[in-house]
Design a binder for this molecule. Sequence first.
Ligand SMILES: Cc1cc2nc3c(=O)[nH]c(=O)nc-3n(C[C@H](O)[C@H](O)[C@H](O)COP(=O)(O)OP(=O)(O)OC[C@H]3O[C@@H](n4cnc5c(N)ncnc54)[C@H](O)[C@@H]3O)c2cc1C
Length: 503
Amino acid sequence: MSTVDQNQTSQYRQTIIIGSGTAGLSAAYQLQKLGCKSVFILEGSNRIGGRILTEYLDKDLTQPLEMGACWMHGLQENPVYELAQRENFPSHTGTILSFDIGTCVDEHGLQISSDLHHEVDEFFESLLQDTRDLFEYQQQNNTQISSTSIHKVFLEKFENFVNLNGGDQETRCLKLKLLQRRFDQETGECGCQSMEQVSYSEFGSYQRPKGPDMEFPCGYSTLIRFLCSQIPQNWIQFDQFVENILWDQNDRVHITCKNGNVYECDYVICTIPLAVMKWNYKSLFTPPLPTWKTEAIQKMDMGTVDKIYLFYDQLDFFTGDSLAIVYDREHDTLDIKKEWYKKIFLFQKVYDNVLLCWITGDEAIFCEQLDETYIGDTLTNLFRKSLKNPSIPTPTKVVRTQWFSNPCAKGSYSYVPVGASSWQHIQDLAKPLIFNNMSRVFFAGEHTHTRYYSTVTGAFITGQTQALYVAQQLISNNDTEMLAKANTDDFTKIQWKREVEPP
Ligand SMILES: Cc1cc2nc3c(=O)[nH]c(=O)nc-3n(C[C@H](O)[C@H](O)[C@H](O)COP(=O)(O)OP(=O)(O)OC[C@H]3O[C@@H](n4cnc5c(N)ncnc54)[C@H](O)[C@@H]3O)c2cc1C
């Protein structure tokens, strides 16, 4: 699709934001604060929030069940946390805040001592710390070690460690199984299929604001509802799945949606998730994207993390807050059809009667197509065997997420794979498209933040920043009212100074 049908009528707005997830709404909030009046948000689905989706167990919205994002990672100088505090978002406690293991068993019911799994986890944590130190060293010395995977390096180091401190053959074998579980857990942190995909030298590029993690008060949708409440409701246009962005026209950018609607604007902020762009970037942009942009889209990656919620009348059989099961597995391969559940790295009690199971990668994608009753039956058999309790009931309800099958997400969050560079490729994902010396198409979203990629915080910051870049263009066109607002509004000032004003 390269041209716009001349007979089609189009609607004009000065700025069009594609997507009403965190980045899109954060951009809209910023533009609204700067006094922009001519804005549309084109949302491909029928709801706001994107990869934030909170269901509630109660009518008062105090018992959230997060289908997508749950944690605020790091609270210090975290603009999302600052917003929640400034706007007095309601607070509550409920769900668990970490991947800490309570009970650990193998799939045949053998109880694994906490000393053993702590030993493995501590060693793994020390290797993770090494990757952060390595990344810092590379940055300081402007060097980069050759690209290999976290899995390869960690496995080698772990095997040496086990050879020195392993104990008898059975204990060594168990430690290697615990390592596999820990790798699987890390795929949940990274959003990938396997740690064989994740770059060792780049792993330390992922950072968080300092301080503890915290679940978002009263569910992450509180943030989405707040941002939405601050902008005119007629800005958001639902069911407008963007199929083409024609960006080399002298006058305006033309945007065509799947339903045939055409929009025109001066500036676009595109927050389409990386996995969606990987799938359709060739037809999404006319003319085709420059090579540096397509290379960044191809090199960076985004995988799938899904959640399965199991509901019970009572959870008597489940002691403690969480359960890790160590499976019999041949290395990193599974017969997905029969063994998909062996990728579940943790079961967490999130309410007195609700368990949350985490699953990633191809196994998560396979699970997305399974019947929910069948999922419940399979996991009941697993619990009965591994907890040695044949009377464990089947869940009364099973709810699982389908992030990969969602055409507006196609996965969960981004990571830096082997062969990619966070510095180069994420920056390239974030760079605007320029036509006739003017930045026309801006990019925001979690995948465009060089340090906080994969997170709500990253998405929020990039949305705000790109909105400020649009404002900068408007100000350079003599929008003095906007300049005055940019210099006085508290929310705007910090990011404006950090990102937009020349040092
Ligand atoms: C299971 C899961 C758990 C997570 N846990 C956490 C966590 O604990 N903490 C954390 O910080 N982050 C977490 N994340 C990641 C976090 O949710 C995302 O990083 C963040 O929400 C991304 O925001 P975004 O605006 O970049 O993208 P999105 O929220 O995906 O927004 C993009 C929007 O664009 C729309 N769209 C897509 N394609 C088109 C198109 N062609 N045309 C029009 N509209 C389109 C989508 O419908 C969507 O509304 C989790 C994600 C998942 C899936």
